[in-house]
Design a protein around this ligand. Structure first.
Ligand code: E4P
Length: 225
């Protein structure tokens, strides 16, 4: 199982990496737009440097035709390295580009997946990750869990991983894992909010108070040495 961060915000990525088991970062033009009018290569380069070589970076192409996508993929790999995942939306042109690029050794994250057919074709074309748009599917009455479950058969054969994406809450994230997603990409705000619980903080406070009552106010376990 993998957790990726669906954000282009450097401060949020830095903070989330400190607290959570983060294995990568995904971006798209809409996510990057939220960071304002920052030069693309500056921002993406900063993210790349921050997450280091052990975490994966997924960068989306813009062109709508296969030739354009392939040219953009070449530039992304040249500037950021061949270990960068090229995010390509799965339509006919995208599939043509995925097939070509995968055969040349590029790493591909097929994205904008709403249907099983898109996922199956992208996996067969050589994509490493299939980004399934969970919330957007729910918005249009497509059963995202069903698509994830069905895609597992083909990913088991092709070796691609299902990357749940487009989340609004942790229920959607956890359902994706229950249905068989190998990875999820989530805005860290969603995790931060869901982790906050008065029940947990109340329990922690009680444990601390009981310790203080025996070992003294503000003492820690180290004070017993
Ligand atoms: C990630 O790969 C996707 O581009 C992203 O999760 C889409 O999310 P949205 O539906 O919130 O735009």
């Amino acid at each position: 199982m993998e957790l990726l961060l669906d954000t282009g915000n450097v401060a949020k990525i830095r903070n989330a990496m400190e607290y959570y088991p983060v294995s990568g970062v995904t971006t798209n033009p809409t996510i990057l737009r939220k960071e304002g009018d920052v030069p693309f290569w500056d921002l993406i380069g900063e993210i790349k440097e921050l997450i280091g070589p052990q975490r994966s970076l997924h960068v989306q192409t813009i062109s709508s035709d296969a030739d354009g996508i392939i040219r953009e993929a070449g530039i992304i790999a040249e500037r950021l390295g061949m270990d960068t995942y090229i995010k390509i939306p799965v339509d006919r042109e995208g599939l043509k580009a995925i097939k070509e690029l995968a055969s040349e050794g590029f790493r591909i994250t097929a994205t904008a997946i709403y249907t099983e057919l898109q996922g199956v074709l992208a996996a067969m074309a050589g994509a490493s990750y299939l980004a399934v748009y969970y919330n957007r599917m729910e918005n249009t009455s497509i059963d995202a869990d069903d698509v994830i479950k069905n895609l597992r058969t083909c990913t088991n054969e092709c070796g691609a991983k299902i990357l749940g994406a487009s989340y609004r809450n942790v229920s959607q994230v956890l359902s994706s894992f229950h249905s068989g997603a190998h990875a999820v990409t989530v805005n860290p705000d969603i995790i931060d909010k869901a982790l906050y619980s008065p029940l947990v903080s109340g329990a922690v406070e009680n444990f601390r108070d009981d310790w203080y009552s025996v070992h003294g106010e503000d003492s820690s376990l180290l004070d017993t040495l």
